[in-house]
Design a protein around this ligand. Structure first.
Ligand SMILES: Nc1ncnc2c1ncn2[C@@H]1O[C@H](COP(=O)(O)OP(=O)(O)OP(=O)(O)O)[C@@H](O)[C@H]1O
Length: 361
């Protein structure tokens, strides 16, 4: 009887374990993103996401084990190439965008714009090319949050707008184009058209992720908008309060209705930490986001503290993640960005066919 000889590469792959329950590692193996070169003793991993913490833990957990097996030092070669997942668009201005992620909330004031901008910056900090689209027609805040209030997008060809660059990401916003009081009175079709325009008529560079800060609420406008943006996935921001949770449920229902994949729930303003004495208190309660995630069988992506500096940094146009001064406020975002990027790869199929944006009548 013939036995198949297990190669050294197979033995190494069998030994590997990651920080989670190895689901991601299994998928990477299936997708043939791992290879081992005997001669140079190099394990090459081609990652379709950026996840510095996950990568560090992978190396820390496995280096000694593999070293023992090989009897010599193991070299790691980790490469990155973010892939387009599930739905993506084929319109000229959007074909350079690999993944569109919408950030939504059922209710206003839960920190959706603050989360959008810091999440975008954290994805970029981890290594990705990131853009942000401010679709919050009724209260565009990106120009202020990114400290580019007076900027106006220019155009090289007279057709497409060049997005504004700030803190290492690119951005376009309704707020750059119209006065706030004009945007406030827009009704459904006008609002949707304005979003389509700012999305489609921007000369976006090659982007791994475009974060879309949606208007708050889950009415017809949001529904039409989410139907007309070629979204890979949505994340829902909530606070732990009961009222915010009730509205967040509507958000989940809305995305389910339009069959948009939901990556999970983010709980913002979770725990208040006093900047003077460091004492922490759960002003709005605890565990609400997790309960919501459980109820809808969705991943809970992470919890962000309630801290005065998030607001002050935003008001100064230098979001907390871009400042990078306070690890306790920056790290939750870096972790959140990497969890999101890993989960997207884990849960979604690569975009096999391109999807066109529907024209609004
Ligand atoms: N974790 C946090 N800690 C402290 N302040 C926060 C936090 N998150 C957001 N804020 C502040 O709360 C206010 C509302 O946040 P933001 O504008 O991001 O909410 P929103 O949900 O986008 O609101 P809107 O419905 O108006 O679009 C802002 O002043 C912001 O700086």
């Amino acid at each position: 009887m013939l036995f198949k000889k297990t190669s050294l590469q197979d033995k190494i792959f069998a030994l590997l374990s990651d920080a989670g329950n190895d689901v991601v590692l299994k998928k990477l193996k299936q997708d043939k993103r791992l290879s081992f070169d005997d001669k140079s003793s190099t394990l090459t991993i081609n990652l379709p996401f950026y996840a510095p913490l996950w990568e560090a833990e992978l190396q820390q957990k496995n280096t000694t084990k593999i070293h023992k097996l090989l009897g010599k030092t193991l070299n790691w070669d980790i490469q990155h190439d973010v892939i387009a997942l599930q739905s993506t668009s084929a319109t000229t201005s959007l074909e350079k965008i690999k993944n569109i992620i919408v950030v939504a909330s059922g209710k206003g004031g839960v920190g959706k714009s603050t989360v959008s901008v810091n999440l975008a910056l954290a994805l970029a900090e981890n290594g990705a090319n990131v853009g942000i689209l401010d679709a919050d027609i009724y209260g565009p805040s990106m120009p202020t949050l990114l400290g580019v209030k007076d900027a106006k997008p220019s155009s090289a060809d007279g057709k497409l707008m060049l997005p504004i660059e700030a803190h290492g990401i690119v951005c376009n916003s309704i707020g750059f184009l119209v006065a706030e009081e004009d945007a406030m009175i827009w009704r459904g079709p006008m609002a949707s058209k304005a979003l389509q325009q700012v999305l489609n008529e921007t000369d976006w560079p090659e982007l791994d992720y475009l974060i879309v800060d949606m208007p708050p609420g889950t009415g017809d406008i949001q529904l039409t908008m989410s139907q007309n943006v070629p979204v890979s996935s949505a994340v829902i921001v909530t606070t732990p309060q009961d009222v915010a949770l009730i509205d967040a449920k509507k958000g989940v229902t809305m995305f389910n209705k339009v069959e948009t994949h939901i990556s999970g729930i983010i709980e913002n303003m979770s725990l208040y930490t006093c900047s003077q004495c460091g004492h922490s208190e759960a002003i709005f309660g605890t565990g609400g986001g997790e309960k919501l995630a459980e109820q809808f069988d969705l991943p809970f992506l992470g919890r962000l503290p309630l801290h005065i500096n998030y607001r002050e940094d935003s008001d100064q146009g230098a979001p907390t993640v871009s400042k990078g001064e306070q690890p306790t406020l920056v790290e939750p975002y870096l972790k959140l960005a990497e969890t999101l990027a890993i989960n997207l790869y884990r849960d979604l199929k690569p975009a096999s066919q391109k999807i066109n944006i529907m024209e609004l009548k």
